[in-house]
Design a protein around this ligand. Structure first.
Ligand code: SF4
Length: 430
C-alpha cells in the first residue's frame, strides 16, 4: 500500500506537467492551433491536484471528496479543496491503465461484483489501497444509480473520515429541487461547519456562486457555438469546460481556464474560421460516457472520417439559468439544480425523459448520427437500449451502440473500438 495520493501525484509529476510543457513548447500538427488551449487545460488540471495535495497537509483546510449529484461552490465557501471522485478513474485511465487495473482488482478481491460500474470499483479499490486523500471528508447523494448505491455503504465501512449521505429526489420539478436544497441547508452546511471547524459565511458562499456563474455563462457560450457548422473546436475540447465546471465551480482559476476557451471560440466565430484541420462531414452525438482510456479517439474520428463529436450527453445537458444570488435559498436551489441536472444524477429520472433529451440535443446540434455507449454496470442506460433503438428507427437516425467499460480497456480495447467505429462509417454512413 502506498502513501495517500502518492500515485495521483506521480501521474501529475511524471505525465501531466511534462505534457503541459511539451504542448506549450512544441505545438503538434495537425492540431497545433489548439495546443495552447490543451496546454492551459492540462495546467489547470495540474493546479487542481497540486491544490488537493496542499490541502492534505494544511491544518486550516480540508479535502472535500464528493460525487456526482453535487457541485463544489459550498466547499469553496469553507476553503476546502474539492475532489470529485467520479472523475478520479478517468484521470488515471488515459495515462496509466495499470493503476485502474490495480484498484479495480483490489475491489473485486474484496468482494465487489465485477459487473458493478468501474468508477465505483475504482473508488473502492483506491480507498482500500490507501490512495484517497487524508485530512478529508466525503459527501454524496443517493443518485445516480445502483452501482453507486452498492458502493457507498462499502465506502462507509472503509473510509475513516466524516461522511454525509444526501437523498436525491426522483422527481424533476421545483418541489424536488426545494427538497434537495433543504438538505444542503439543514444537513450539508452544518456538516461542513463541523468537519472544517469554520462558521458558514453567506458572503463567501455568494462570492463562490458569483464566480461559478461567470464560468457557467462562458460554458454556455461555448456550447451554443457548437451549433455552428463547422464546429469551432475539436470534439475533445468540447468536454473540457464541463469537466472543469463540475470539479471546480467557484474557483477563479477554473473560470479563467473556461474563459480562455470561450474567447478563442468567439474569436474564431467572429473571423469566420471555425473550420479545423479536417473537413467536417458528419456531426456525431455521443450519448453517455466516452472512453476515458482513449483520449485521441475524437481526433482520430475527425482525421479519418471527418466525424466531429458536437454533442455529448452530459455537457449538452447544461441548459440551466445561472444561479440567482439574491438569498441563501435561491443559491442553494441553483446549486441543487446543477448537482442533479448537470451530472449523471440525471440517470435517476425515467428512461423516456433520457431518450427525449437525447433527441432534443441531436436536433439542436444538427447531428447526422448517434453513438450510444453501453457501459458495464450502467443499468439505466443499457436498459433503455430498446427505447433508444425505437426512437432512432422512428426518426431515421443512424446509431452505433458500443459495449465497453469506459475506464477499463480490457473489456473493449482501443483498437477494437476503432474497428467498430470505422466499420460504422464505412458501411452505414456512406
Ligand atoms: S456510469 Fe452509469 S453505473 Fe457508472 S456511476 Fe454513472 S450512472 Fe452509475
Amino acid at each position: 500500500m502506498g502513501a495517500p495520493f502518492e500515485k495521483t501525484m506521480t501521474v501529475v509529476n511524471e505525465f501531466l506537467i511534462p505534457m503541459s510543457q511539451f504542448m506549450r513548447e512544441n505545438p503538434m500538427p495537425p492540431f497545433e492551433e489548439y495546443s495552447p488551449l490543451y496546454a492551459a487545460s492540462t495546467q489547470n488540471m495540474v493546479d487542481h491536484y497540486v491544490d488537493i495535495e496542499a490541502a492534505m497537509r494544511d491544518e486550516t483546510r480540508k479535502v472535500a471528496m464528493f460525487e456526482f449529484g453535487l457541485v463544489p461552490q459550498l466547499f469553496y465557501a469553507f476553503d476546502c479543496a474539492p475532489l470529485c471522485l467520479e472523475f478520479y478513474p478517468g484521470f488515471f485511465a488515459g495515462l496509466t491503465q495499470d493503476v485502474v487495473y490495480e484498484f479495480i482488482e483490489s475491489a473485486e478481491e474484496a468482494g465487489v461484483p465485477s459487473d458493478t460500474c468501474s468508477t465505483d470499483r475504482f473508488i473502492i479499490g483506491a480507498a482500500l489501497n490507501g490512495e484517497l486523500p487524508t485530512n478529508s471528508f466525503f459527501v454524496t447523494s443517493s443518485a445516480p444509480c445502483d452501482g453507486t448505491r452498492i458502493a457507498y455503504p462499502i465506502l462507509h465501512k472503509i473510509l475513516d473520515c466524516p461522511m454525509l449521505f444526501l437523498d436525491a429526489p426522483f422527481r424533476h420539478d421545483i418541489e424536488a429541487i426545494r427538497y434537495y436544497a433543504r438538505q444542503l441547508r439543514d444537513q450539508l452546511i452544518p456538516f461542513l461547519e463541523k468537519a472544517t471547524g469554520k462558521k458558514f459565511d453567506i458572503d463567501k458562499f455568494r462570492e463562490s456562486v458569483v464566480e461559478s456563474n461567470k464560468a457557467y455563462e462562458a460554458m454556455l457560450e461555448i456550447h451554443d457555438a457548437f451549433m455552428l457548422k463547422p464546429a469551432p473546436h475539436p470534439g475533445m475540447l468540447r468536454l473540457v469546460p464541463y469537466t472543469n465546471f463540475i470539479q471546480e465551480a467557484g474557483n477563479p482559476r477554473m473560470t479563467k481556464a473556461v474563459e480562455l476557451l470561450r474567447d478563442d471560440v468567439k474569436q474564431r466565430v467572429k473571423e469566420g474560421r471555425t473550420a479545423g484541420p479536417f473537413e467536417e462531414k458528419f456531426r456525431v452525438q455521443w450519448v453517455h460516457v466516452p472512453p476515458t482510456y482513449d483520449r485521441e479517439l475524437f481526433g482520430w474520428m475527425e482525421e479519418n472520417f471527418g466525424a466531429m463529436v458536437v454533442s455529448q450527453s452530459l455537457p449538452a445537458s447544461a441548459v440551466l439559468e445561472p444561479i440567482d444570488t439574491s438569498t441563501l435559498d435561491t443559491m442553494l436551489q441553483g446549486v441543487a439544480w446543477q448537482g442533479l441536472d448537470m451530472t449523471m444524477s440525471l440517470m435517476r429520472l425515467d428512461s423516456e425523459r433520457f431518450v427525449g433529451d437525447m433527441l432534443r440535443s441531436y436536433d439542436l446540434y444538427d447531428c447526422d448520427c448517434m453513438f450510444v455507449t453501453q457501459h458495464v454496470g450502467c443499468n439505466s442506460v443499457c436498459g433503455s437500449r430498446g427505447l433508444v433503438k425505437k426512437m432512432c428507427r422512428e426518426h431515421d437516425i443512424p446509431v452505433l451502440f458500443i459495449e465497453f467499460d469506459y475506464n477499463d480497456d480490457r473489456v473493449l480495447s482501443k483498437d477494437q473500438m476503432r474497428t467498430q467505429i470505422g466499420q460504422f462509417f464505412e458501411t452505414v454512413m456512406v
